[in-house]
Design a protein around this ligand. Sequence first.
Ligand SMILES: Cc1cc2nc3c(=O)[nH]c(=O)nc-3n(C[C@H](O)[C@H](O)[C@H](O)COP(=O)(O)OP(=O)(O)OC[C@H]3O[C@@H](n4cnc5c(N)ncnc54)[C@H](O)[C@@H]3O)c2cc1C
Length: 456
Amino acid sequence: MAGSSKRFVIIGGGPGGTTCATHAARLGAKVTLIERDIVGGAAHLLDCIPSKAMIATGGMMSNMKQASEMGLAEVEAKLDFNALKERIGAIEGRLEQSISSQLASQGVRMIEGTGQMTGPKSVRVERSDGGIEDLEADVVVLSTGSRPRIPDWAPIDGERVLTTRHAYPPPELPDRLVVIGSGVTGVEFVHMFSSFGSEVTLVVSRQHVLPQKDPEVAAALEQTFVDRGVRLLKGARAESITVENDRVMVHCDDGRIAEGSHVLMAIGSIPNSDDLNLEAAGIESEWGYVKVDHNCLSNVPGVYACGDLSGKLPLSSVASMQGRKIAEHAMGMHNGPHRHIDYEKAASAIFTEPEIADVGLAEADAFAEGRKIRVTKVPFSVSAKALINNDPRGFVKIVTDPLTGVVLGGSIVGRHAAELISVIALAVTAGLTVTDLVESLFVHPALAEVLGEAAE
Ligand SMILES: Cc1cc2nc3c(=O)[nH]c(=O)nc-3n(C[C@H](O)[C@H](O)[C@H](O)COP(=O)(O)OP(=O)(O)OC[C@H]3O[C@@H](n4cnc5c(N)ncnc54)[C@H](O)[C@@H]3O)c2cc1C
């Protein structure tokens, strides 16, 4: 097989790095993976997995509040914070073990330590045991991820003033939480802590939450927040934070102050590239993100970057797919443009209640581009399964090409939206038409039936 003796050195063991490692090893490469912390990366240890584990617990508490509506005697759901922490630790432990054994079974050499470039094809590792190791490679993959952005006015202490990295789980359950940032991460925090009973204020710098999303979807989420008693401070830009004993105050540019027991910053992330010594290899970057082409290749032949460090879509799923594609490209298996990742077709979800998920072309973007589309929308209230679930909130929206009927995109607000969007994602990726969806024999009763109806 082409490139079968290639030596890969991968710095960073998140979803990007580990997927690349296993795939390249499967294709016959000799792979070394350097990770300074935990295999699985921030995605498993600090971001996706613990957040979704906490949200799942909050979701169960919400469901239990509906017990009487489901024909059950009243049940009181009481959070056991220590048990929750243990649960998160157990999930993370199992995932780490499973990824480590996959890597080991493919013969990937793992080095615990911090890697940096010393030349275009050479990497130095400062091992956790104090040793130094110099490695030569045919292919270097940089997959060091990102970390929360912290403005200089935020006195982060990990106790009262937190970033996302302190919040899964936080040191204690906040009585009154102020969340700064109303993008995907911010709204998931609002949802999670309001489910646990915290009083939550959300500082929204624009006039609506989720500025990048379909306005109808964002409005549906805002309504849920209002129903839960979340205070929305709209059009307010936080510019300083003061802490007085157990009180935290967020001062906004228009003079308003949001007060709480804790504050959580969720205002984006910055790439982990400062200690990679990119200059030694002549690797070009922009704002710390490694500049890559459609194959995730940097300006230096043989040096690739994936995941958050590549400055593309910061999603675990995207990082993994990039890792896979890098392995194939570097091993000489990538032929033709059809094999490149199309970031426009990446499905994403927001794990609030109701869940929100979308993929492909958004209605608002199509209108902004003056593109002719057909939009169909069906509410879950028509679904027998939604009524059985006692949750008829939300809708399915499908965007199609009016001439060909090809499915271009869609959004879903409602229970299990993150699962259901996969059907539309597959349709978008495979170029399926509305007829394909309408003629699919979905299970009855199932929420997926609404997808077929929305495609009519
Ligand atoms: C709160 C939150 C929730 C999220 N939820 C989701 C979600 O539900 N779904 C989703 O798809 N995405 C989610 N994301 C995004 C997702 O976490 C990232 O896109 C994903 O982690 C990126 O993977 P990666 O491989 O680039 O890097 P990471 O997962 O960040 O891993 C990078 C690894 O590199 C290591 N490293 C860094 N520098 C070095 C070095 N010099 N030497 C050795 N090792 C090094 C780090 O220790 C780390 O383990 C979430 C993000 C946040 C902040």
